[in-house]
Design a protein around this ligand. Structure first.
Ligand code: SAM
Ligand code: SF4
Length: 430
């Protein structure tokens, strides 16, 4: 979502004449967009500002603005501690950036803009075309969260659940199509909680499916509790909906899930996975895991390993529990740091082995790949992704950008698959 926000921030400031520079040392304005989901985010801000300060020691000071969730959560402290920062702007206020920049240009008082103005934000952004020209583009449809998992800052930094209207989403989608997008990833902290006037995510997906030039649709991140039957059904009926579902579980232990306030059990999760697989056997899953949550015993951790193997996730993102200021879990007793690190290592080894096993199964098979770009500095090498978001590289003398091709997968590592384009025979050739 920060990637989407950064692009929209650029669309906003472009309106008043700011353009991106390839030479950061000559910039007259820095906007640092931040994430607060895990620790070190604030340290990174001070570090980045320090670097700008050093580079501009003998030059005119550029405007420095911190946007995003660190600005929301710790804006006041940032402004007090680092006078070099001119403004802090929360994730629901960045539509005000042109106005804020003009104020800073005319007088140099520091500005704190961290209100929750999500409706106003999108009302303003709707008036500014999305200039993203990627083949695969992000589109935010839902923001915020009402679930209050005990470890998570999102409900405090992004605010309450909010869904954009289907009409405005489709308008923005059309902008992206006009810019060349072939794949749209619908974004939300709880994307499947999307509900605009009773219309759910499945309705929106069906509408986007009707757009001729869109070839692939994805959505992320889903919550198991919001996986309604209509969305499950969409995975059978909507042809452009991709068969990879990112469905965070966090832990394989019911005790830990309860203590996290996830409001579903491991069994609920497995039932959902099986239901989706029965409906569409091509579906695969990826997930997020938190390792070393307060109270996690060896048994809880082993249950997580068991679940990892049972579902055979093709991609697992694992994070050491990070106590976020203001969340209930931050007040719980932490478990031993070395033990947590050891568990993370074991988990990532297992997840890596599973991923490699899955990838080897793809060798000598065909994959449908949407090509996103030519690789910089390489002659005739193109980068694309298959239906499961696996990165694929092929060599070709034809320009493949924006095309979907059937690729024979020949080889690969944990991160990249290598293949060649299936030869096309011309029936009418002499
Ligand atoms: N809404 C999604 C869900 O509930 O499944 C997840 C969104 S969250 C922004 C992305 C991921 O960050 C979570 O799935 C979780 O694994 C991780 N995360 C969030 N807070 C964390 C914390 N305090 N420590 C470690 N990881 C955390
Ligand atoms: Fe955070 Fe997701 Fe839980 Fe909401 S549902 S509080 S975004 S982890």
């Amino acid at each position: 979502m920060n990637e989407y926000d950064s692009k929209r921030i650029y669309d906003v400031v472009k309106k008043i004449g700011y353009i991106k520079t390839e030479k950061p040392d000559e910039a007259n304005c820095y906007i640092i967009n931040t994430c607060h989901i895990r620790e070190k985010a604030t340290d990174k801000v001070y570090h980045d500002v320090g670097r700008v300060k050093k580079n501009f020691r003998n030059k005119k000071k550029p405007i420095v603005i911190i946007t995003g969730c660190v600005a929301q959560a710790e804006g006041e402290i940032l402004l007090k501690r680092e006078k070099y920062i001119d403004a802090v702007v929360g994730p629901q206020s960045y539509h005000r950036l042109s106005e804020i920049l003009k104020k800073i240009e005319s007088n140099s008082t520091s500005i704190d803009s961290t209100e929750f103005e999500v409706i106003e934000k999108f009302d303003n952004l709707n008036l500014i075309k999305n200039s993203d020209s990627n083949i695969s583009s992000f589109l935010t449809i839902q923001e915020g969260c009402d679930k209050f998992c005990k470890f998570c800052v999102v409900p405090y930094t992004r605010g309450a659940e909010f869904s954009r209207s289907i009409k405005e989403i489709l308008n923005e989608c059309q902008d992206l199509v006009n810019n060349g997008a072939k794949e749209i990833t619908l974004l939300g902290q709880n994307v499947n909680a999307f509900n605009y006037g009773g219309n759910k995510l499945s309705t929106l997906i069906s509408e986007i499916n009707k757009l001729d030039r869109i070839r692939r649709i994805r959505y992320t991140t889903s919550h198991p509790l919001d996986f309604s039957d209509d969305l499950i059904e969409a995975h059978k009926t909507v042809e452009k909906l991709m068969p990879l579902i990112h469905l965070p579980i966090q832990s394989g232990s019911n005790k830990i899930l309860k203590s996290m306030n996830r409001k579903h059990s491991v069994e609920d999760y497995i039932n959902l996975v099986n239901k989706l697989k029965r409906l569409n056997p091509a579906i695969r899953f990826s997930s997020d895991f938190i390792i070393g949550y307060p109270g996690e015993t060896d048994k809880d951790f082993n249950d997580t390993l068991k679940l990892l193997k049972e579902v055979e996730f093709i991609n697992s993102y694992s994070f050491i529990f990070s106590p976020r200021p203001g969340t209930p879990a931050s007040k719980m007793k932490k478990i031993d740091e070395n033990l947590t690190k050891e568990r993370l290592k074991i988990f990532q080894k297992s997840a890596g082995e599973l991923k490699m096993k899955y990838r080897k199964e793809l060798f000598n098979k065909k994959s449908s790949v949407l090509f996103e770009n030519k690789i910089k500095g390489k002659e005739n090498e193109f980068f694309g992704r298959d239906e499961y978001l696996n990165s694929v590289i092929v060599k070709s003398h034809n320009d493949l950008v924006g095309k979907i091709e059937v690729v024979d997968i020949l080889d690969g590592s944990q991160n990249t698959l290598y293949g060649k384009i299936e030869k096309k025979f011309n029936n009418f050739a002499a």
